[in-house]
Design a protein. Structure first.
Lengths: 127, 133
């Protein structure tokens, strides 16, 4: 089956992707590839991945999120994960996956201000 | 009690089918949102193990009752290569080239009961249970 493509929106220097489907492994990997390509093509300084609609993050998706943040970081783009549900946060920690290097925010709005601060600190975020 | 439900694991899509099936039954049995997430995540980890290491296998979920307490039981079975050293793979941080070292111990932490039987060349059977508060 062809993997689902997750839309990635561009607003100014920032990319926003909202994952709203029950991801299977292939579509999650496709999303990683699509997002890194889009960062490269648009020279986005920051990325928000909103997980508000996800009711499950298992070790595969958790690791993929950590990988995306690390890879985007190598390219010079900052990633903020937003909207983790309480049940998802509890499950991730119990699973042993605390994602210590991933920057998170409560919701999209707070994620945007975190990202603006981060990109401003790195000296290239000024409009 | 309702009928048991089964999913055959052959691809990564079947992992989604198995965890959705487990979550639906957990919800129907009155488990909280957090417990539903724990149960679905544990099933996702074990179904992925089947897919990665055995290729094919089955996940069966059913309602169980013990001393008046309701629960959900999940049986993950495969006829794959088996696990030579079960104690080793149950250690946190143990990993193979394809795994990430939290599949089995992680799934165990998310559930109340976790019983694993594995024989090299024969296969692996894991029984998980979670009891409702």
């Amino acid at each position: 089956m062809e993997s689902l493509r997750i839309p990635i929106l561009k607003i100014g220097d920032i990319l926003i992707a909202s994952i709203q489907v029950n991801l299977h492994d292939a579509s999650a990997v496709q999303f990683k590839d699509d997002l890194l390509e889009k960062i490269h093509a648009t020279r986005a300084k920051g990325v928000i991945i909103d997980l508000t609609a996800l009711d499950l993050v298992d070790s595969f998706i958790g690791r993929l999120i950590a990988d995306i943040a690390a890879m985007a970081g190598l390219m010079g783009s900052r990633v903020v994960i937003t909207g983790l549900q309480p049940a998802v946060a509890i499950t991730l920690v119990e699973l042993g996956l605390e994602l210590p290097r991933v920057i998170t925010a409560l919701n999209l709005e707070k994620g945007l201000s975190v990202l603006q601060r981060l990109t401003a600190e790195s000296g290239d975020g000024a409009a | 009690m309702g009928q048991p439900k089964s999913a055959v694991i052959r691809s990564d899509l079947d992992i989604v089918i198995a965890r959705t099936m487990a979550r639906d039954m957990a919800r129907a049995l009155g488990f909280s949102a957090v417990d539903q997430a724990r149960i679905a995540t544990a099933v996702s980890e074990l179904a992925r193990n089947i897919y990665l290491y055995a290729g094919t296998g089955t996940v069966t979920v059913r309602e169980v009752e013990k001393l008046g307490r309701k629960g959900i039981e999940i049986v993950c079975e495969d006829q794959g290569p088996g696990i030579p050293d079960v104690d080793l793979v149950m250690q946190d941080g143990y990993t193979t080239s394809r795994g990430m070292g939290m599949g089995l111990p992680g799934a165990k932490r998310l559930m109340d009961d976790f019983v694993i039987q594995s024989q090299v060349g024969v296969g692996t059977k894991i029984v998980l249970r979670k009891w409702r508060n």
